[in-house]
Design a protein around this ligand. Structure first.
Ligand code: SF4
Length: 347
């Protein structure tokens, strides 16, 4: 009896947390379009935990340029790994030259991606980035690759995105909360006052502190502050400024832990950031404060999300640091955010 070999698809995922979450609808669409295919998703180590529960892909391949795939030797090793897998199709979500180079060098016969970054000659399907797609939600940018390549007939409306938290992760989150003295059954309000991209995206720390105190006063909530290790000082200063105590998790969580902790929160208030998309994806009510970036293209997805922004003529500037007086953020008051958040929580 002869067995038919499954088509093997290699998908190069994006590198950052928010972008990676916004590729999930495209991965799910690919799975629906090619249920019989064997799909491998290659991602950088820091986002790999995002995909541990997804059924959209069969395998996660970690591309670690700081360890085993470091330097030209490491890259050659990665190309050899790809070559051994004998993939039939490469789908490239990033626009980088490197992603196309790796697929070409590994001899993957069909290589599909946007014709950007001087890589056209390395692609077998060179896709156009239309002006319209740049003004639509970023999740559609990845779905458009599948549409142009013929995997899906039409672009869907702006999709939902959802991430499942495993029982083990949930249990660990409960342990982390309990270690900080948070008891079960309390209303938890999470804050994300940082933004890796730069200070322009950050709402003011003293306003986060005042907002958090209002939640404690109104509902007896426990306040959890999240962020990276480099944002720890900011978290400490917010906690110091608050009248009520807060629990600080900045720099203490892996991405998988963070997802599970966010799932435990009743509300998450955040700047435009990776954790914003993560909270929305796990289904937590999310209030996102936008300033220099475009909420039309990068708003969190889902019915339980809200954007707060103040219209200023210089936005979106997409700058990391504000060259003016940061009016896009200073004009968002504590009352503006509290009103929207309280509405979501039905307080
Ligand atoms: S230039 Fe305008 S939109 Fe950009 S950060 Fe400054 S105030 Fe905000």
């Amino acid at each position: 009896m002869t067995t038919t070999r499954r088509t093997r698809i290699w998908v190069r995922g994006t590198n950052w947390v928010g972008d990676s979450i916004l590729t999930i609808p495209a991965l799910e669409a690919l799975r629906r379009a090619r249920p019989e295919a064997e799909i491998t998703l290659a991602v950088r180590p820091w986002v790999s935990e995002l995909f541990e529960q997804t059924s959209a892909v069969d395998h996660i391949q970690v591309y670690d340029r700081s360890l085993q795939h470091r330097g030209w030797r490491g890259r050659s090793r990665f190309v050899s790994e790809l070559g051994r897998e004998r993939f039939d199709i490469a789908i490239l979500f990033p626009n980088s030259f490197e992603s196309a180079y790796l697929a070409w060098k590994a001899g993957i016969p069909e290589r599909i991606g946007y014709a950007t970054d001087g890589r056209s000659l390395l692609l077998t399907r060179r896709l156009n980035i239309s002006r319209e797609i740049l003004f639509q939600h970023q999740s559609l940018y990845y779905l458009e690759i599948l549409r142009q390549a013929g995997f899906i007939p039409l672009l869907p409306p702006v999709p939902q995105v959802s991430l499942v938290i495993s029982g083990t992760r949930h249990q660990r989150a409960r342990q982390l909360l309990s270690a900080k003295g948070v008891s079960e059954g309390k209303l938890l309000v999470g804050l994300n006052p940082g933004a890796f991209y730069g200070s322009a995206k950050r709402w003011l720390p003293d306003r986060y502190a005042a907002l958090a105190d209002r939640f404690v006063d109104a509902s007896g909530a426990d306040v959890l502050i999240f962020g990276s290790a480099s944002e720890r000082t900011m978290a400490d200063s917010i906690a110091h400024e608050m009248r009520h105590p807060a629990k600080i998790f900045s720099g203490e969580t892996t991405l998988g832990d963070l997802a599970a902790l966010l799932k435990c929160c009743s509300l998450f208030v955040t700047n435009d950031s990776g954790p914003m998309h993560l909270a929305a994806a796990v289904g937590t009510r999310t209030v996102a404060i936008f300033g220099p970036t475009d909420s039309q293209t990068t708003a969190p997805l889902g019915p339980h999300t809200r954007v707060v922004k103040h219209p200023v003529s210089c936005s979106p500037c997409l700058l990391r640091e504000c060259p003016l007086d940061h009016r896009c953020m200073t004009s968002v008051s504590v009352e503006d955010v509290y009103r929207v958040a309280a509405g979501l929580l039905s307080l």
